[in-house]
Write a protein that binds this ligand. Structure first.
Ligand code: ATP
Ligand code: MG
Length: 223
């Protein structure tokens, strides 16, 4: 069983989309896959199918039932806020120890994809951020970034934080933004000048995850 942590420079950059792509491409190659989204905010009954848990379950070919949602997303909150605030509004608190314990469990799958929440410095509670979660888990990270104006600083800042904590970055995915001033390839080329040995791959926009370019080269060496 190999685990990967999917994180990004912020919210809405493409973590779930990349997870959906990886699930489909891995299943096609006959790997068994489990994707989890431990913390889900902005969750309600009406968006069950379209929220991250619903999308991941659908890609895994599983029913979008309450039981399956809570099995991959045990921490669900209705407020569309950062996890610390969403939990606080509901009178609870996310425990890093419990979160890491949940992610550390052994899954009956060749590959386990763990989708974080927001970007790497999102607060989980009063004291911890997603970065603490990543450090405690010690799984290789896939960093999903955009190609929008401003991505260089966001991306290099995120990489700097991860490197400072000696986190293993398995790869960077430049997920093409809807509004990009230069090509994704040029974005990749600039970022690669500062990141040296970290593999980088571009994911062009596509109509559905089935139509995405091959992302497996980024993780093949771990399988
Ligand atoms: N390469 C792509 N081609 C087409 N659509 C994409 C692509 N990447 C992301 N999207 C779309 O952009 C939106 C945001 O992506 P996604 O939900 O994966 O971001 P996220 O990082 O998981 O966000 P969150 O922080 O809410 O979990 C979604 O509607 C998704 O389908
Ligand atoms: Mg998501």
């Amino acid at each position: 069983m190999k685990k990967f942590f999917l994180t990004s420079t912020g919210t809405g950059i493409g973590k779930t989309f990349v997870a959906q792509v990886l699930i489909q491409q891995l299943l096609k190659k006959k790997y068994s896959v489990r994707a989890i989204k431990p913390i889900l905010t902005g969750f309600n009954k009406r968006n069950e199918r379209s929220n991250d848990a619903g999308l991941l379950l659908n890609s895994m070919g599983l029913d979008i039932s309450s039981e399956n949602i809570s099995s991959i997303s045990p921490w669900t909150f209705k407020h569309p806020l950062s996890p610390d605030l969403a939990a606080f509004r509901e009178g609870s608190r996310i425990s890093l120890r419990e979160l890491v314990g949940f992610c550390r469990q052994s899954y009956d799958a060749d590959v386990v994809l763990i989708e974080g929440i927001g970007g790497i410095m999102v607060p989980l509670n009063q004291n911890n951020t997603v970065l603490d979660w990543i450090i405690s888990l010690n799984a290789p990270v896939l960093l999903i970034v955009g190609s929008y104006l401003g991505t260089f600083s966001h991306t290099l800042t995120a990489i700097g934080m991860l490197k400072e904590k000696a986190v293993n970055i398995a790869g960077i995915i430049i997920n093409e933004s809807t509004n990009q001033p230069i090509s994704s390839e040029e974005t990749a080329e600039v970022i690669s000048r500062f990141t040296k040995n970290i593999p980088i791959q571009v994911l062009p926009r596509c109509t559905t995850p089935e139509h995405a370019s091959d992302l497996l080269p980024l993780i093949n060496r771990y399988l």
